[in-house]
Design a protein around this ligand. Sequence first.
Ligand code: HSE
Length: 437
Amino acid sequence: MDAVNVGLLGLGTVGGGTATVLLRNAAEIQARLGREIHLYHVAGLNIAAQTIVDPQTTKLTENAFDVVNDPDVQIVVELIGGYTLAKELVLKAIENGKHVVTANKALIATHGPEIMQAATEQGVSVCYEAAVAGGIPIIKAMREGLAANKIQWVAGIINGTGNYILTEMRDKGRDFTEVLAEAQALGYAEADPAFDVEGIDAAHKLTILASLAFGIALQFDKTYTEGISKITPEDVNYAEELGYRIKHLGITRKTDKGIELRVHPTLIPEKRLIANVDGVMNAVLVQADAVGPTLYYGAGAGAEPTASAVVADIIDTVRTIDAPLQHKVPLLGFQHDAMRDTPVLPIDEVVTSYYLRMQAVDKPGVLAEVSETFASNNISIEAVLQKEPTGGENSVHLIMLTQKCIESNVNQAITAVEQLASVQGKVVRIRLEHLGS
Ligand code: HSE
């Protein structure tokens, strides 16, 4: 069979990794696929100075539109990132009848509906395995491997930079900004690292996972997002004493009232496998009715791990390149006319447990007063820890773990507790999940 011509947009961290893997493993890939993938046309900045691609066999340009308008390119691989230009290029490629592979989670989470509509009308595929959890084949697992199941919930460590920061803070007591700078130097962080530490990147990925899990539309704007920048070493240590680790989790769960869609720091029992996923590694835990819990683990960022997913998508696209869309796996895992309009729950209506830390005056009766305030807001306390704060003031840190309760009740209780004369300052609140099946 003839070679399939691939056009690559971007030769940055992921683009460079993709070209490297495609070229280095060409024989292995051809042996699996039965067909050659030809890196035919590549667009990148300072393209003449690049050293990855051979200009004898690959056309080079600094104008990405040259690639999407090249009539000999069959698959366009978008690895430039961002929303505006990437969206324009992807829509143009689709209009030109080309299949698309992208690692762009922001693009899929925010403009996915329009892109998929255009692709459906043109009868071309859009693959985005690398958009979620880097090299872990979680999209394939959810769209295909778990297709027999009703998925109940998904919880994932889906931002490598954030996990790296939390791990270094916990293990080595390192400073937040220092570790972030290191993650940036290693090519893990987003162009704007606020996307990593404030949870926006994880929210993009969770938006995609929720669609695949529950057959709902991509709804990034309804994803609740809270970052890790306010997590202190004190809370990391207290959580450890109570048998928990703090992880930045993306959680989506189907409940009777709707779908939870939330990214925030979360205490999880240290005995869970996912609690022990450290550094830049990602993991996604999927709870489904037939198979039970399954855990997917691997590198969530970096040039070649991400390239691994991009190249797998190119291979998948080639396998069914001539097949009509109805013979391919649906873009979001569910048939277009079977998508559901289950509502996404506002964060106030989410039910979960909480870690609460407050500074209280060290005198008799305070613990009873605080407990009573929680009880009057329908919050049951599961565990209490009292600690001397560093500095030795006449006050203590009270740490309470709650049983499951409604977020709005916790908010009311926190407001009431903060008004008690015996409680100083703000209550620190971190959500807690047991992640049992
Ligand atoms: N900045 C992202 C991360 C890159 O750290 O996980 C991979 O999506």
